[in-house]
Design a protein around this ligand. Structure first.
Ligand code: SAM
Length: 280
């Protein structure tokens, strides 16, 4: 486990992932019933963009940094911006919240979050970060195993966020699909959001085909390419596979993606919002 999210926090992939996560939670939160969020690969919860790791790559400044001070953002991008701005009250972008903190910021008192992290240092930081929030429990364990342990949730509604570092490369995809199958089998009323990296999209077609078989209630795919996907060596973009998304999530994301491409991407940036399996 060499991956450290501190090098990548706030980059284009995080922005796409977190805009999507917040839009999903906000859609669910339009009804009173409690929701449960399981974050299987939660990271440390917050990241310093002025720390050596982040400054070395510059990814955060090239991601969320490009949105800083921009007016007229689409609502679902503004939602992320406002929550990040709340962590930077002096107006200077220094802190970027990770998925568990953002989820909690969008959740209500009746909602519950379980956040899993396997790396001991990241897990300890995550615990310290969430300790004051009684809605959150931190599990220092394998996030894939946690699906078996923590689902079904007592809440009917909610989602599982699966955001692995893909250190295992090709071997990660079957694990992700098994995890989705397990999660939806145990908790059919919930949904699953999976982040995936895009170097060359054509290598992902088999993954998409298998994913679609797991989603009788619909599979939406939201992608942001910051440059053409013609190099196998670079993270040219990323996507979110959204299994059983709530009604109107696609409408919430539709204006966000082109805005992100324009603000964060190179001139050749592109987006895709597509149903890989339509909702019944
Ligand atoms: C991409 S980062 C997570 C970022 C976080 N979801 C966010 O959006 O802020 C992936 C995290 O998963 C952790 N990790 C790797 N393998 C894991 C596993 N099997 N179970 C739980 N966590 C794992 C890594 O240590 C890393 O912190």
């Amino acid at each position: 486990m060499n991956y450290r999210h501190a090098f990548h926090a706030g980059n284009h992939a995080d922005v796409l992932k977190h805009v999507t996560l917040l839009a999903w939670i906000d859609t669910l939160a339009s009804k009173d019933a409690a929701i449960f969020v399981l974050d299987t690969h939660a990271g440390r919860g917050t990241y310093a963009l002025d720390a050596a790791a982040a400054e070395r790559t510059g990814e955060g400044q090239a991601g969320i940094g490009r949105l800083w001070g921009v007016n007229g953002l689409p609502a679902s991008v503004q939602r992320l911006y406002t929550l990040v701005a709340a962590e930077n009250p002096d107006g200077v972008l220094r802190h970027y919240p990770g998925s568990p903190r953002l989820a909690l910021a969008a959740m209500r008192p009746q909602d519950r979050l379980a956040a899993c992290e396997l790396h001991p240092e990241e897990g300890a930081a995550l615990k310290a970060n969430l300790t004051h929030d009684t809605r959150a429990t931190v599990h220092l364990r394998d996030g894939y195993d946690a699906i078996r342990a923590l689902l079904p949730a007592k809440e009917k509604r909610g989602l599982v966020l699966i955001d692995p570092p893909y250190e295992a490369q090709e071997a990660e995809y079957p694990r992700v699909l098994d995890a989705v199958r397990e999660a939806l089998g145990r908790w059919p009323t919930g949904g699953v959001a999976v982040w995936y990296p895009i170097k060359q999209r054509r290598t992902l077609h088999g993954f998409f085909r298998q994913a679609a078989l797991l989603a009788p209630r619909g599979l939406l795919c939201a992608e942001l390419y910051v440059r053409p996907d013609d190099s196998p060596l670079r993270l040219n973009g990323s996507g979110m596979l959204l299994f059983h998304p709530p009604w109107k999530l696609d409408a919430a994301l539709a204006p966000a993606l082109p805005a992100l491409a324009r603000l964060i991407g190179e001139p050749s940036a592109a987006t895709r919002l597509e149903w890989l399996r339509s909702a019944p």
